[in-house]
Design a protein around this ligand. Structure first.
Ligand SMILES: *Cc1c(COP(=O)(O)O)cnc(C)c1O
Length: 381
């Protein structure tokens, strides 16, 4: 079996690399940075700079990339969520900035559609406010949102991601929010590529939008983007970059190193020059290779899906029907994980299918995946 060289830095710690067919998940290392990004980070590590100046300059690149009035590099999408929530509560009022996480006297509620609750949303509550659910799982209605907005509403958060039940369409949500003077924060952490999503949410009315830096954009995994209205980004700077103030600000624990800041900007600029068609074609080739290798197994069908709202990149997805007599999907996953190297595949999403994101599958690994799946599905007798 093809064995990849184990990087020395991992070998020293007794850690073996895995194959990541589960997408840009943090638990598996996010994404790999391009050599140009690492090179820029190395250069940044050789000199001191004024960090406020650096962040303001980096913020301009973020703003341009997102088609927004202003922007900021943060320590990741979660940090962006926290800083966005703080900014909508404090504005640029320095007394309020210093008062957090005590929100006494501030608007301190963030509305979120019930179906959009997700594993990351507690980050909105870190600065001291509270998430308040609106709507019903069966569907979102404009009057439900209207009724949920009160004089304590600091912002409305809305989340885009695989298998998240959408509330109202964004333009409609923003129209209602803006009539009531409430800003809208869009968490689109994992929604790029496509590149057009960098600007789409702002165009549709979002006041702030946030992305992970270390997912599809390929920046440092502890970096992210926040972009939007100038006054809200000024507030974000007050809450996170207040380096010369008596109090450090709620986001002090989410500081971005000069190396990560430069790495993020470099990755973003490279991402903007990416030929998306060839990126998609590369993922499609790998997906079709796996599909081809798995032909002819009774009861098993491999579909090519994505990119769409639920499938990142282009993915081979294995469906099992009543004629299938092999190991269960759970058993297949288990055997992929205990093999060498361990292979992590997607959790499916709709039913019992197995999906494999190609976005982090390195050249040649599609062959290892196909070999191992065949060994599990068609054992030699
Ligand atoms: C990944 C993700 C986050 C967290 O992103 P980090 O950059 O790892 O902090 C937040 N929200 C959603 C919807 C995500 O997919």
């Amino acid at each position: 079996m093809t064995q990849k060289r184990v990087p020395e830095a991992y070998a020293r710690l007794g850690i073996k690399p895995i194959i990541n067919a589960q997408s840009w998940v943090t638990a598996l290392g996010g994404s790999l940075m391009r050599p140009e990004v690492l090179q820029a980070m190395n250069e940044a590590a050789t000199a001191f700079v004024d960090m406020t100046e650096l962040n303001l300059a980096a913020g301009k690149v973020v703003a341009r990339a997102c088609g927004a009035e202003a922007g900021l590099v943060t320590a990741g999408a979660s940090a962006s969520q926290t800083i966005a929530a703080a900014s909508c509560m404090t504005g640029t009022d320095e007394a309020k900035v210093e008062q957090l996480p005590d929100t006494t006297g501030m608007k301190d509620q963030i509305l979120i559609f019930k179906g959009e609750r997700n594993r990351y949303d507690m980050a909105f509550e870190v600065p001291g406010g509270r998430l308040v659910e609106w709507g019903m799982l069966g569907g979102a209605k404009p009057y439900q949102l209207e009724a949920a907005i009160t004089d304590r509403t600091a912002a409305i958060a809305t989340i885009f991601g695989p298998f998240i039940r959408r509330g109202l369409p964004l333009p409609e949500l923003c129209a209602i929010a803006h009539r009531r003077g409430v800003p809208v924060i869009v968490d689109a952490a994992a929604e790029v590529p496509p590149m057009e999503n960098l600007t789409k949410f702002i165009k549709q009315g979002a006041d702030l939008v946030l992305f992970s830096g270390g997912k599809g954009i390929g920046g440092p995994q502890n970096a992210g983007l926040l972009a939007g209205r100038k006054d809200l980004i000024d507030a974000a700077i007050a809450n996170s970059l207040n380096l010369h103030s008596p109090r450090a600000g709620i986001a002090r624990g989410m500081k971005v190193s000069k190396e990560s800041m430069v790495g993020m900007v470099t990755a973003l600029e490279l991402f903007l020059e990416t030929d998306e068609q060839s990126l998609l074609a590369g993922w499609r080739n790998k997906a079709e290779y796996i599909q081809g290798r798995l032909r002819g197994i009774p009861g098993l069908r491999v579909a090519i899906e994505g990119p769409d709202a639920n499938r990142q990149g282009v993915q081979p997805v294995i469906y099992f029907d009543s004629g299938y007599a092999g190991p269960s999907p759970a058993e297949i996953r288990k055997r992929l994980l205990v093999g060498d190297p361990p292979i992590h595949v997607g959790g499916g999403g709709y039913r019992d299918e197995i999906n494999m994101a190609m976005v982090n599958v390195q050249d040649g690994e599609e062959k290892i995946i196909a070999d191992r799946l065949l060994a599990i599905l068609k054992p030699k007798r």
